[in-house]
Write a protein that binds this ligand. Structure first.
Ligand code: 173
Length: 509
């Protein structure tokens, strides 16, 4: 049996709002004001199928968790009728634009280059940019404010040069290393990034499978599109690689405790607590994309209901309201008390805080990171912070107490090697793998990892390093790293709006 398309379509406004998700009907009328992403986006799908919009931005257990069982109304009787009605419905201008966008993407995908014509990580970005939905591209690629830190993350690597050793026997080169005691095949890992299904229908499991093929670690994000268990299940198999968990700390510590203990029970190897995001940064590209998707006037229903447009958020901010901004140093003993996993602070941005973390004796590692430039604009690059951190740790004899990782802006093996020379145990790579996944799925990520490994092997040879342990500060020239005069990224917004100064005009000229 189930509910008919006709009946569902009658619940299409604020007074009674039903939506279909994966063939089931949900009454979200009372939930509307509580929706973290605002009510407007739900009302857009009132009385119809919301699956395509819902899936990428909600983990599969969301409705079970947050919507009372009495509001789960049961299956749809005739999905064909739902689809037919949707096809015949008069489209709003925004929906027309969406349909045109789908056509554009289908066309772009038809003409996409084969995966093996990507020769480096930036190639995947160039392809992804053309074939991704505008909103998804905006979410992945955006960064905070003027995106100065985003571009500085790349620029900083260009201020460090190599001092290669010569005449070293480099016939055999070994890229493998250890991270928190576990052997991995290369010194990079897939760092946590939210909302994988915006890029690919299989979401984060594409990253999981490629990481497994390559024996590298994947850090699972709190805000994945796939559930934690789906990701862990995708990792199972021969030569099971390692997973870590990235944690956004919930205001409700009981929820956080359950997440941590579940991850530990399922075999996750480390807990990365994000410490650079008490509030999410302003990513204006993301905000503008959401504004475009929702339209400026809204539908006639929305107008008659007097709904305020809710364009202030962007995809990420909308779903981040659970994050606890009161998280502080005093909370660390609690984390230590609920898990035996190594605890790592992710998003540390100054040497003093690394030293402080090490001195607590509660923390096993740090990730120097400015969150891919997505949080505080003008936060320094992780490479620059690394260069001030390692000497500070060594001076206090703390460098063996904690492992130091970096992320942000790494695109080439030379970037990875520069970070390792300066003392990083490993590096996180986020966006490039997302772009490879969005364009080519598992095979794209697989290829991206192979390319990085090829580059690493060659660069280590050319640098005169046989093993990761051979890398050290003597192999790099960092004299320019801390000075930015030739490399402050351009301020695009200001440049576009700047009105040049005028000199006095001649009278009667
Ligand atoms: O960078 C991000 O977008 C991010 O970390 C995040 C945080 C909360 C919700 C979604 C994404």
């Amino acid at each position: 049996m189930g509910l008919s398309a006709k009946e569902i379509s009658q619940h299409s406004d604020r007074q009674s709002c039903w939506v279909i998700v994966r063939g089931n009907v949900f009454d979200v009328t009372e939930f509307l004001p509580e929706h973290p992403g605002g009510e407007k986006i739900i009302l857009k799908y009132a009385g119809r199928d919301a699956t395509a919009a819902f899936d990428p931005v909600h983990p599969p257990d969301t409705l079970d968790k947050y919507l009372d069982k009495s509001k789960h109304l049961g299956p749809v009787a005739d999905m064909e009728a739902v689809a037919a009605a949707d096809k015949n419905r008069k489209k709003t201008p925004e929906e027309e634009a969406e349909a045109a966008e789908e056509t554009r993407i289908a066309e772009a995908r038809k003409n996409m280059p084969p995966v093996d014509s990507c020769y480096n990580l930036l190639d995947f970005e160039a392809v992804a940019r053309r074939i991704m939905k505008k909103g998804a591209w905006a979410y992945y690629s955006s960064a905070a404010d003027d995106e100065i830190s985003l571009r500085e993350n790349r620029a900083a690597f260009q201020r460090v040069w190599f001092r290669p050793r010569i005449l070293i026997d480099v016939e055999r080169v070994d890229l493998s290393t250890r991270m928190f005691g576990a052997r991995v095949s290369a010194p990079f890992y897939v760092t946590a990034t939210a909302l994988g299904k915006l890029g690919h229908p299989d979401g984060e499991t594409c990253l999981t499978k490629a990481a497994a093929r390559h024996q590298v670690v994947q850090m699972i994000p709190t805000l994945a599109s796939c559930s934690f268990d789906e990701i862990m299940d995708a990792a199972e198999g021969p030569g099971n690689p390692y997973q870590w968990l990235q944690l956004y700390v919930n205001k409700d510590r009981e929820i956080t405790r359950k997440i941590i203990q579940h991850a530990e029970a399922r075999g996750c190897r480390a807990l990365f607590i994000t410490v650079d995001a008490p509030q999410l940064g302003r990513r204006e590209k993301d905000m503008r994309a959401k504004e475009a998707a929702l339209g400026d006037g809204g539908s006639s229903v929305q107008k008659s209901e007097g709904l305020k447009s809710d364009n202030s958020q962007g995809a990420a901010r909308a779903i981040s309201s659970f994050i606890d901004p009161s998280l502080c140093w005093d909370d660390l003993p609690w984390f230590r008390s609920v898990t035996r996993l190594p605890i790592i602070l992710k998003g540390v941005q100054r040497a003093e805080d690394v030293v402080r973390a090490a001195e607590t004796g509660l923390v096993d590692g740090v990730v120097l990171s400015n969150h891919g430039g997505r949080q505080l604009d003008f936060a320094r690059s992780s490479l620059e912070v690394l260069a001030e951190t390692m000497p500070a740790l060594r001076a206090r004899g703390l460098d063996r107490r904690i492992e130091v990782y970096v992320d942000g802006g790494l695109r080439r093996a030379t970037d990875i090697l520069k970070a390792l020379c300066l003392g990083a145990k490993g590096v996180g790579i986020g966006r490039p793998f997302l772009y490879a996944m969005s364009a080519y799925g598992v095979d794209g990520v697989d290829r991206a990892m192979s390319l990085l490994k090829d580059e690493l092997e060659m660069d280590m040879r050319l640098l005169g390093a046989r093993t990761i342990d051979d890398l050290g500060p003597e192999l790099v020239d960092t004299r320019s790293l801390g000075s930015h005069p030739n490399g402050v990224p351009d301020d695009y917004l200001a440049r576009d709006v700047y009105d040049p100064l005028q000199t006095p005009a001649q009278r009667n000229a």
